[in-house]
Design a protein around this ligand. Structure first.
Ligand code: DPP
Ligand code: ZN
Length: 876
């Protein structure tokens, strides 16, 4: 397969002024007529249109049907000579939506037609210049059977509709905004609508419509409320107002991604629309709120200002993730949201960036673009956007955003354009920020301190490395910090030399030091005592911190740092040190211990009655297994998953035993007989309660709580938490509960996904056999991405016991499933194969077994380019 490079970008030779599409819908033979008005922009007269999986019916230029010899057709494109300055092409193609299991382009899901064009799906609908810098005005006419397709939707405004002969009807949609074809959408079928409306701050009425299947009409309230909140928030925070009279969201069951921001007509994975307390957990509710917001925010950051090419994906995704993070932070708890985002970044993006698929947030090349919708482009990209806000302050960031829209509205631009807007609006040179965009890997910052009691100076030295070396272009790293007194918990005062004042200034949550060089130091003057360092407050940069903190210092920070992130981070670090010690103990055949420091920090957090409940819950949660793995790899240790399982088993058990009475007291205090509410306080109560339940479930004397909570059936959050707690047990009661759950919910696909996912991440001794049986289950379908991810995705990512089973059977199973799935849906298969990319981290025996599965996959000789790219890069 061919590799595409950023350095090969060339502007368009032709522009498409307008596109007029007509779809004559038919499940297996949809006819697409595409009338395009072209203008030639350079002296290049060869026009090459993208097109794949198409049957070309005819092609006509300026009214004349072209013969075979007038154009050149391959599997991926259509080339013709167009010396005219302006001309019109009419291309007719035939496509088969029903047979489209790749779920890109036009396909059918539960009998309804829908589209997914990002990144390059439009070329499977018709021949086109399928690249984001080709902006055009779209008009779309949809003709379909009236009984089968009550609803006919596309982007923009409905300008015409009516009846036709033979039981058909039609609708014509016109989008007044120029757009790239990846934002095109069409939906048709028998869907019901939930309506709402929003009044913009300039007093226009926008109709809001959620289209769902009839049986889901009772699960739309939360999505509708989330949409209204998002619209209001974007007006208030960024002054951005919606620009059409109607905003439509369609929920479909079969969808490769979370959702898609098509202009005025979002298409969503139903997982991110449908919810009611009995069927969805708090995590699901929060996911819906943030994905609805994300897609809505794309209307400005993505649609009004779009990407010049796909290497700029982070321009819209990093920025829009940042925006949805800020939104959720305002809707719920800023501290909790920040910690959750950092956890996500560390658990998923850091490993990606340390593995064979590591790439900068602006990748320099790709084989299959769909493989670059990654944690790096999205989440690290959002962290880089956050750096601007940290450096410029909220107001400075807002000025930069305003200038960005002033300059680039209606254009397809680059990450440099964004940076220049930030710089110019604040009269700052931000060119060094570019180094974040072009270098892969997670930087490490090493901090050392030296206190001189005689001179009362505290010297801090900072050193940045990337991938273990100092050969990189130095990054601009904002270090937000403070120095705390060990004696009275307050921040210590100090002064700075004049030179240092230009590099270090007051920030809302401490001091902001701008690290710009490989090595730099800062001298704090007039420091009365050797303080404790509170570093990278709010996680002020996406780095690994290397600071030889004493455990006393960590216990102090974990107990009273005013920055919730550092407070949480300090307890995590204590936990991590303890976990690593125990991994070593297991490997050396020594006894494991619960460290007294970690225990002290747990104790003070459990006892702190003033601590936010959600933060308390986060504080008493052990670091994720993948974070521990990351730390072990960073130390150059190979991972033996059996040791990791043993260590987590021991730690949870020991914590439960040691803190049994406080855990039980809190669990009982958190009980509530009120009806489910989705708000910050109620969520925090459930979160802490269920964390306690999880610990208590380790104790024979407390195990009944799981069953009691399950039997109460109060809401899905609590029911699911009870089932989660049962995971390690191989027991009759667990099986009975799972069976009950299945009988109650087998009519609801999203709930059934949970049932599958629970078992795919089973932690009992029969985990592997259980998962194998799931793909044989009558409700398992390879064609449904959510179902495939619930079983195969969850198994690879979250089932250490089964996937990493020493026999290697887990690897063999997943690899053979990837091969099956790849024939059906390459995009999803490429996600499922990704746990194999980490093979070099594991012990030698596992490495060999994982590698041999990767080799088998390559040798199958039949991989899609999606899976091929990941597997071949992993073997390099
Ligand atoms: N652009 C979509 C999103 O991230 C994914 N294709 O919202
Ligand atoms: Zn997005």
């Amino acid at each position: 397969p061919k590799e595409i490079f950023l350095k090969d970008y060339r502007p368009l030779d032709f522009e498409i002024e307008s596109v007029d599409l007509t779809f004559e819908l038919d499940p297996s033979e949809t006819l697409v007529t595409n009338r395009m008005k072209f203008v030639r922009k350079t002296d290049q007269s060869q026009l090459k249109l993208d097109g794949e999986h198409l049957v070309l019916v005819s092609i006509e230029k300026d009214g004349k049907i072209l013969d075979q010899e007038d154009f050149y057709l391959t599997e991926t494109d259509l080339t013709l000579n167009c010396p005219e300055q302006q001309f019109e092409l009419v291309v007719k193609t035939r496509i088969n939506p029903e047979a489209n299991t790749r779920l890109e382009g036009l396909y059918r899901s539960s009998g309804n037609y829908c589209t997914q064009c990002e990144a390059e799906g439009f070329r499977t609908i018709t021949y086109y210049l399928d690249r984001p810098d080709c902006l055009s005005y779209f008009t779309t006419k949809i003709i379909g059977d009236e009984c089968e397709n009550k609803v006919l939707l596309s982007n923009g405004n409905l300008i015409e509709f009516g009846e036709l002969e033979g039981g058909k009807h039609f609708a014509v949609w016109e989008d007044p905004h120029k757009k790239p074809c990846y934002l095109f959408a069409l939906v048709a079928g028998n869907l019901e609508v939930v309506e709402g409306h929003f009044e913009t701050k300039d007093s226009r009425r926008v109709d809001l419509r959620l289209y769902v299947q009839e049986n889901n009409l009772d699960k739309c309230d939360h999505a509708m409320a989330s949409l209204k909140k998002s619209m209001k928030w974007d007006e208030e925070r960024f002054g951005l107002i919606y620009d059409l009279d109607v905003y439509m969201v369609v929920a479909v069951d079969d969808f490769n991604m979370g959702a898609m921001e098509n202009k005025g007509l979002n298409v969503f994975n139903s997982k991110f629309v449908l919810a009611k307390p009995e069927t969805a957990t708090d995590v699901d509710f929060e996911g819906i709120e943030s994905v609805i917001a994300h897609e809505y925010f794309h209307n400005w950051t993505g649609n009004r200002v779009t990407c010049r090419d796909w290497f700029q994906l982070t321009l819209k995704e990093g920025l829009t993730i940042f925006r949805d993070q800020e939104f959720t932070s305002d809707m719920l708890s800023p501290a909790v949201k920040r910690i959750e985002d950092v956890k996500r970044l560390r658990s998923f993006q850091f490993p990606e960036d340390a593995g064979p698929m590591s790439h900068p947030i602006q990748p320099q090349s790709y084989i299959e673009m769909n493989n670059f919708y990654t944690m790096t482009v999205y989440e690290k990209g959002a962290e880089v956007v956050r750096l601007y806000q940290t450096l410029l302050g909220r107001d400075g960031f807002r000025k930069g955003m305003d200038l960005y829209f002033d300059r680039f509205d209606g254009q397809a631009v680059t990450v440099e354009d964004f940076r220049n807007a930030m710089a110019d609006a604040n009269q700052r040179d931000l060119s060094q920020m570019h180094h974040w965009y072009i270098q892969p890997g997670t930087p490490k910052v090493t901090v050392t301190k030296q206190y001189d009691a005689g001179n009362k100076t505290l010297s801090l030295s900072f050193k940045q490395t990337l991938n273990g070396k100092q050969e990189h272009l130095p990054l601009l790293i904002p270090v937000v910090f403070d120095v705390l007194s060990p004696s009275n918990e307050a921040a210590l005062s100090f002064s700075l030399s004049e030179v240092d004042q230009s590099r270090c200034s007051r920030a809302d949550n401490g001091w902001l030091f701008e690290l710009t060089k490989h090595d730099e130091s800062l001298v704090l003057q007039g420091v009365e005592e050797e303080g404790y360092l509170s570093l990278f407050r709010g996680f002020s940069a996406p780095i690994l911190l290397d600071y030889a903190c004493t455990q006393d210092e960590l216990v102090a920070l974990a107990s009273y740092d005013s920055d919730s992130f550092v407070r949480w981070e300090s307890i995590q670090t204590l936990a991590l040190m303890n976990l690593i010690e125990n991994v070593q103990a297991v490997e050396d055949n020594r006894e494991m211990v619960l460290s007294e420091y970690y225990a002290k920090a747990l104790e003070s957090n459990l006892a702190d009655t003033s601590l936010d409940l959600a933060l308390k819950s986060l504080a008493i949660t052990l670091p994720d297994e993948s974070y521990l793995q990351e730390a072990l790899s960073d130390k150059g240790m190979l991972i033996n998953t059996d040791s990791i399982l043993a260590v987590y088993g021991y730690m949870k058990q020991t914590i439960a035993e040691k803190f049994e009475s406080s855990l039980l007291a809190i669990y009982q205090q958190m009980q509530s007989s009120e009806a489910y509410r989705y708000d910050k306080d109620a969520i925090a109560h459930r979160m802490l309660k269920n964390r306690c339940l999880n610990y208590l479930s380790k104790l024979p004397a407390q195990q009944d709580w799981m069953q009691t909570q399950f039997d109460q059936q109060s809401n899905m959050t609590d029911v699911f938490a009870a089932l989660e707690a049962m995971k390690p047990y191989d027991s009759v009661w667990k099986k009975a509960n799972l069976a009950d759950f299945y009988h109650k919910w087998n009519h609801d696909d999203l709930v059934l996904d949970k049932w599958f996912a629970l078992q795919a991440s089973d932690q009992s001794d029969s985990a592997l056999d259980l998962v194998k049986s799931l793909v044989e289950h009558a409700d398992f379908h390879y064609t449904n991405p959510n179902r495939a991810r619930s079983v195969l995705g969850v198994f690879g990512r979250m089932n250490m016991k089964g996937f990493h089973h020493a026999s290697g059977e887990g690897y063999a199973f997943l690899a053979s499933e990837v091969l099956k799935l790849d024939k059906i849906n390459p995009q999803v298969a490429a996600r499922i194969v990704s746990p194999f990319t980490q093979w070099k981290r594991y012990d030698v025996a596992r490495q060999e077994k994982m590698k041999s599965q990767l080799t088998k996959l390559i040798e199958s000789g039949s991989l899609s380019k999606d899976v091929y790219e990941i597997v071949s890069k992993s073997l390099k």
